[in-house]
Design a protein around this ligand. Sequence first.
Ligand SMILES: [Zn+2]
Length: 495
Amino acid sequence: MKRIQQKSSTGSRSQLKGLLIASTLLILSSAAAQTPPLTDFGYQHMSPSHGPGGRQVPLGNRYCLVVLIDDANNGVWVTNASFYQSIVFDANAPNSINGYIKENSCGRFQLIPPSLGGAIGVMGPLTLTPAELNQLATSPGTATDGQVALSAAVRNGFPLANYDLNNDGTVSYDELVLLVVANQTARGPGQTTGFSASLAGKNCNMQVSSVPETTVFGRFPTVIHELHHNFGNMWDLYYYTIYSATNYTLNQQCTLAADFNWVHLDPWEKMCMGWNEPRIVSIAQGGSFYIPAAQNGDPTAPIILYDPRRGAGEFFILEYRTANRASGSGYDFEVKSNGLFLWHIHQDASHELITATSPFGFTGPDTKPFTDWVEGPPDNRTPDAAWPANQTTPYPTWNDGSQAIVRIRTSNFQDTDSGIFVDVLPDAITWVDFTPSILPQAGTFDLPYRTLPPAINAVGNPGNLSIKTSTATQSPITISKPMTITAYNGPATIQ
Ligand SMILES: [Zn+2]
């Protein structure tokens, strides 16, 4: 879309007025810390590195065409069109794609079938022409699957031109989702990619998810995983190249982004798709909160825990997950452990996840996962584990090795509960900075004490003393009550 610059002769005066109001507001509000908007944490960010950039978030409805291609050229199928009509589109069918999406998106998104007469939303199984079979044989790949399947669908009467919904001459990835199922078994378990084609008088610039039929009845969550790459620019969050079947398999059975299992998508990916709006809590503020289970469909269920001094780049998300909810496990029935999930997220200024080096003590090659994982008990160093009832976490660790001065306490709960209570416990810190200053001294971060005696006096019992990087000649110092002393932002030296 072209952006039109507007100029008018009366503009300058109203702009000035606007500026005055804006600066007044700024003065009034500067005293209170501003909570960053949810978009700063990645809300509705469709990553351009995991799908097309600048696309629409998956909200509302999107057409999805399912095409069954007889690429084995033998007419042998276990499934059929009516099976896919139910398992893809019927949200009330057990373990269906729309059922999964409905629950995960808090009722905000559904795939809808194109109307094709008899077989709603599903074409096939389709016999391929010799030319199409040859195309698959000579240039195998996911994009070819998309081109061949769509071509065969059009040849068999699919009204493709109707799905150029905005009539711009192109059927785009935001207008039509393509799912291809093949009966040849010698294929990868499932993949998604962009493809283009020129068909029915339209350019097609679409995404295709392609799976063999064996994946459909062998590991169906992979089909759903692929579709999230298709409509949602989902990141892949599995790390088992080296650590498969060890304690260090990261994210498996914690998020659909790790493939394989009937589990919910992680709350950060949901947020990127606009499927939830977590509550935002400052680690300096804390409080007591009720966290509904993920499958309850409450978009405000998760809690983003962030440090205002660090900003919105690195943060934690608190989420309650359980496979044993008394009112039904929903689509989280294979979640790895039940309880409080402490997700650790670290993104760059463009809301792209950063890779962390060797978290959890990973060693060897391929140990730089994207920072979107669960940190469990006893010390935040166990991946993929949940915090049980009546636990208090230690201080979580940021990726630079420093500690978040906050602890999270779970209340008493059963994993059959549909929600849990947690306390976010900020620890009061008394601040010291030996660097000379004429500012008043209050022991706060902004107005620290300049010497140790008043700070030690002010610290609670037990309490926390944090010394900003600086040097003092103040020894010997006598401390006669328990306290935790940390150096902030570098070494603090007392000579
Ligand atoms: Zn994937």
